[in-house]
Design a protein around this ligand. Structure first.
Ligand code: FAD
Length: 572
């Protein structure tokens, strides 16, 4: 017997507790301390999501020799002229404020130069060393401090609450609230809210090899698609070249071995232990992430692989003592998996890292659904075809703060809306689907098939025939999921149920990636079509926008700078 959803009210409801969600909560509270604010999160606040996993750092133009214009140009050129320029501009301008707030108000300590200024290191694809960091554990510093500040305020926490549906008002004119499953009890909970922030962090975990945290399964994007919102740039999935390959049965597989290994002079070898990168690019292992990932994928396709089906990274020619000294964390991570990074070979494979695509939104974080706001990796348009390393956490903190400020204003003098009860009932019925029919199907097998489809046909190299085949395979997987049911009716921490829900979200968003990739008939940034290997004209750049299952190509507005121009003085 399924209970009715328990209901309560909040002025502002935030979905997700990463950089975007926590910044939004703190800013909304600061702007209007009397408001009721709730942060709902699939995991535990402070312990989940990818902001916590940030290793490298945070891009921001602080140094006198740097400028926001330079950071902006790097972002636009890195994004292959697809970013929304107003969003990118807001990113680079407000990153300066946010990093100061993180240090001076929220208590983060970042690494410093001997003269006391903040240390900024080099990151790939940028013309200036502007990445602020705390060693290689920057995300832990940021999330721990943000979580402490949230705990210290009157902000409600709904932990281990999984959002399952964005529910519109009865008159259809805006959002009325969000339906959740309390994962601890399995009860349905409906939170009415005047403003809702979608900040569940995207995360391409539908690929066989991936880096993001396991709690991220594109739930927010799947809910946005169901609510009829447009998603842009969904074909743009960033792969990191050196994911650890430690066998199929460990979550260590797919986790990142940092870019600095290639930067320091590491070699990539194929299964025959031959260096192959110079055959693909004169920069060898130091080429950009997309180029190296594609070269690796080609070697793997040719069958030149290691025992686990990947390639090797080799550092020993640099001297084992130096490697052990400079890459202590990476050496330890590899040792945990039985590899000797300093003196031997480590198996690696490109790994899905980041979704550049997401919900279309305005610079004030509003969406086309009144009352629904979006920030962080759930949003699309800031990065275009490629995200610069270091612009991810900047994106989530900058736009999370904007959303908090804007929502605090938005809810003023607004009533809570009556929800569309039939939409709640339909969402509950959909969540209940796997409890009907006894134990049927095999979720592990469906997950493996999804991994293979996305890796083989919608991954680093794509073509029309493969994408068409993938679409049919994803439809079949969705039907198989709908026909699957669970062995146990117990709802308390029923993780198999949540696996089923995770897969439903992942398949829905995989379809969006696939149709967007089929619609983009050129190669740019993270998207490579072997049947259209060249980039189309930058001056007439279009981005993909998917809504209700179909894709529209929309022109990029060059509001600040056009291809061939620059905002930097003395540059042609
Ligand atoms: C290994 C790794 C290293 C990285 N290093 C860098 C770096 O050096 N620099 C950089 O700029 N970026 C880096 N990134 C990217 C960066 O982590 C992200 O861009 C950014 O942190 C995303 O922030 P967010 O707030 O949007 O999402 P997240 O921080 O991922 O938070 C998402 C939140 O949503 C919650 N959630 C998910 N689904 C639901 C649901 N259904 N209901 C309720 N809550 C839900 C999650 O539990 C989590 O709390 C890295 C990413 C990874 C994986």
């Amino acid at each position: 017997m399924v209970q009715e959803a328990r209901t309560f009210d909040s002025d502002i409801l935030i979905l997700g507790a990463g950089g975007a969600g926590l910044f939004a909560a703190l800013h909304a509270h600061k702007a209007a301390p009397a408001l009721s604010i709730a942060v709902a999160v699939k995991g535990l606040l402070g312990k989940c999501g990818c902001t916590r996993m940030v290793q490298g750092g945070y891009n921001v133009a602080l140094a006198a020799e740097d400028s926001i214009e330079r950071h902006f140009m790097d972002t636009i050129e890195g994004g292959k002229w697809l970013p929304d320029q107003e969003l990118a501009w807001k990113l680079v301008v407000l990153a300066v404020e946010r990093i100061k707030e993180l240090e001076n108000e929220l208590g983060c300590f970042f690494d410093r130069n001997p003269d006391g200024t903040i240390h900024q290191k080099a990151f790939a694809g940028q013309t200036f060393d502007r990445t602020v960091h705390k060693g290689d554990l920057t995300g832990i510093e940021i999330i721990n401090r943000l979580a402490e500040q949230v705990w210290a305020r009157k902000i409600s926490r709904l932990e281990e609450h999984r959002a399952v549906e964005l529910v519109k008002a009865k008159d259809g004119k805006g959002i009325a609230g969000v339906l959740f499953i309390d994962m601890r009890t399995g009860e349905y909970v409906f939170v009415r809210a005047k403003a809702v922030l979608l900040a569940t962090g995207g995360g391409p975990t539908m690929y066989k090899y991936h880096t993001p945290s396991g709690d991220k399964t594109c739930d927010g994007l799947a809910m946005a698609l169901r609510a009829g919102l447009a998603l842009r740039d969904m074909e743009m999935v960033q792969f990191h070249p050196t994911g650890l390959l430690a066998g199929p049965h460990t979550r260590m597989t797919g986790t990142v071995l940092e870019e600095g290994l290639r930067g320091a002079g590491g070699y990539l070898l194929n299964g025959a232990k031959e260096r192959f990168m110079p055959r693909y690019d004169p920069k060898g292992e130091r080429a950009t992430r997309d180029v190296v990932s594609r070269a690796m994928f080609s070697e793997i396709r040719k069958g030149n692989t290691t025992p686990h089906g990947g390639l090797y990274i080799s550092m020993s020619h640099l001297g084992a003592a130096r490697v052990a000294r400079e890459f202590k964390g990476m050496v330890e991570r590899c040792a945990d998996c039985g590899f000797d990074l300093a003196g031997g070979l480590v198996e690696v494979v490109p790994t899905a890292h980041y979704l550049m695509g997401g919900v279309e939104f305005a610079a004030d974080c509003s969406t086309t659904l009144p009352g629904l706001f979006v920030a962080g990796e759930d949003s699309g348009g800031v990065h275009g075809a490629n995200r610069l390393g270091g612009n991810g956490v900047a994106n989530s903190t900058v736009f999370g703060a904007v959303a908090g400020d804007v929502m605090a204003q938005w809810v003023r003098n607004k009533p809570l809306q009556l929800p569309d009860q039939s939409a709640i009932d339909a969402a509950v019925a959909e969540c209940e689907r796997p409890f009907r029919g006894g134990a049927k199907g095999n979720l592990g097998k469906i997950r493996d098939q999804l991994y293979d489809v996305m890796w083989e046909r919608v991954g680093i190299v794509r073509d029309a025939a493969g994408l068409q085949q993938a679409s049919a395979e994803l439809d079949a997987l969705d039907a198989e999921l709908d026909a699957s049911s669970l062995a146990h009716a117990e709802r308390t921490f029923n993780l198999t149920w949540h696996d089923w829900l995770n897969l439903k979200s992942l398949v829905a968003v995989s379809r969006a990636i696939t149709v967007a990739a089929a619609a983009r008939c050129d190669s740019r940034g993270a998207h490579f079509r072997s049947d259209f290997p060249d980039a189309s004209a930058l001056e007439t750049s279009m981005f993909t926008s998917i809504k209700d299952g179909s894709v529209t190509m929309k022109p990029v507005a060059f509001t600040r700078v056009a291809p061939g121009q620059s905002l930097l003085r003395n540059v042609a």
